[in-house]
Ligand binder design. Structure first.
Ligand SMILES: NC(=O)c1ccc[n+]([C@@H]2O[C@H](COP(=O)([O-])OP(=O)(O)OC[C@H]3O[C@@H](n4cnc5c(N)ncnc54)[C@H](OP(=O)(O)O)[C@@H]3O)[C@@H](O)[C@H]2O)c1
Length: 304
């Protein structure tokens, strides 16, 4: 199987894409390439000042201004997710690509506006709610895709079915991150199964960037100043290279339901199809996580 580089990303003229966390890192690079290839991209970001500066940077790559717009989305707040989805559904009759990219890693115990563990709440529940709210318009669009960005860190992950928000057990910043990234893949697979069962043509795929130089982990300054400052120079690939698995998951015409793409050499390299961990392929666990997540999202009136 040939690995993809940025040059392999096909034209996406006329397509509408949403990229969450588009102001920096992988989300910025994904936006840049999709817009350069002809898509209209909505940069869904929590900080409008940063997002506007990032949009200017995308435009400096020769992208027409009408190709990129900024919109407010805070995945740590179900109210913000609902408002964003309503705005999109009011403005667009079709939506070709939803790229669930935004994420937080390794932050100390904290809760979202709705009381979820922040990493589980933003990385998984926020994106699940966003996806389900946008499904009506995605399913109206021929060939639509939902791409969810996970991590190699899904492999040590475990889903705490009885306590996903660490209300009883001791919080662990890495346990919380790995759980959220395993949840991303289980969600991708279960969404795909449900889309197929409903006869919808929408594809659900996943990608991970290996180890890419971005701002991820900035919530733990100690980590960035020690381990990352060293390993960023030795092992990490650029954010542009790290975005290619996402771009392949979004545009490879041969992608199948539930496909995962990652770098050929685990941390770096061209983007190739990858087999998720055994736990991530557990359909029973995926169904349980789905039901648990729907229960948690019920107060926000998220449904399918
Ligand atoms: N870099 C890697 O090596 C690596 C490895 C494995 C997986 N990943 C995954 O790749 C994805 C992108 O990460 P990155 O490396 O590009 O990190 P990054 O440079 O830190 O970018 C993360 C983005 O997510 C946004 N974000 C965080 N919380 C949010 C919220 N509540 N609502 C909306 N947006 C929010 C950030 O916004 P602000 O700028 O406002 O903070 C930022 O735009 C994540 O899902 C991460 O888990 C990355």
């Amino acid at each position: 199987m040939t690995g993809w580089t940025e040059q392999d990303v096909p034209a996406v003229e006329g397509k509408v894409a949403i990229v969450t966390g588009a102001n920096v890192g992988l989300g910025f690079e994904t936006t840049r390439v999709l817009a350069k290839r002809g898509a209209t991209v909505v940069m869904a970001c929590r900080n409008q000042q940063k997002a506007n500066a990032a949009r200017d940077l995308v435009l400096s790559h020769g992208v027409a201004p009408e190709r990129v717009r900024v919109s407010a989305l805070d995945l740590a707040d179900q109210g913000s997710i609902e408002a964003f989805a309503d705005e999109i559904k009011a403005e667009y009759d079709s939506l070709d690509l939803l790229i669930n990219n935004a994420g937080l890693m390794g932050l100390a115990e904290s809760k979202t506006a709705d009381g979820f563990d922040t990493q589980f709440g933003v990385n998984h529940l926020g994106h699940m709610a966003l996806t389900l709210r946008l499904l009506p318009v995605l399913n109206e669009t021929a060939g639509a895709r939902v791409v969810t960005v996970t991590s190699f860190g899904h492999r040590p992950g475990r889903i705490r079915l009885d306590d996903p928000n660490f209300e009883q057990g001791r919080h662990g910043r890495w346990r919380a991150y790995f759980q959220s990234k395993l949840a991303n893949i289980l969600f991708t697979a279960e969404l795909g199964r449900r889309l197929d069962a409903a006869g919808a043509g929408t594809l659900s795929t996943a990608a991970h960037p290996g180890y890419s130089r971005t701002e991820l982990g900035k919530d733990d300054p100690g980590l960035r100043a020690t381990l990352f400052s060293f390993s960023d120079r030795i092992v990490a690939q650029s954010a542009a290279a790290g975005a290619v698995p996402t771009l392949r998951a979004a545009t490879d015409p041969d992608a199948v339901q539930g496909a995962l793409y990652g770098p050929r050499m685990m941390a770096f390299g061209t983007a190739v199809p990858e087999t998720p961990s055994r736990t991530a392929r557990d359909a029973e666990l995926a169904a349980k996580l789905w039901d648990l997540s729907m229960d948690l999202l019920a107060p926000a009136k998220v449904s399918w």
